[in-house]
Design a protein around this ligand. Sequence first.
Ligand code: FES
Length: 104
Amino acid sequence: MAFQHVCNTDDLWEGEMAVFQVNGREVLVIHLEGGEVRAIPPSCPHQEQPLVDGELDGQVLTCKAHRWRFDLMSGMGINPENTLLALFPVRVDGDEVYVDLGND
Ligand code: FES
């Protein structure tokens, strides 16, 4: 699948995140402090709880359910370390944000 429009940067202030629909699939878009944008699946890889309910602290996202922590720059787990968030490719063109959710 190619890049698809998901939102505008005006929809999310830096430090905010929200779930959007792209072609019937949900994606969690995170506008990091400093301007980077990340797009990830909406559910935690631990027990599928909604990550949008978690806490964002800089580039670290903490799941509300059991406090798993993830580095949004790499997708790597911080605690525990042996986990990984899928980071979808993101393209920002002006204030338009596009994501590529792949084929699944
Ligand atoms: S569901 Fe996210 S840490 Fe358990």
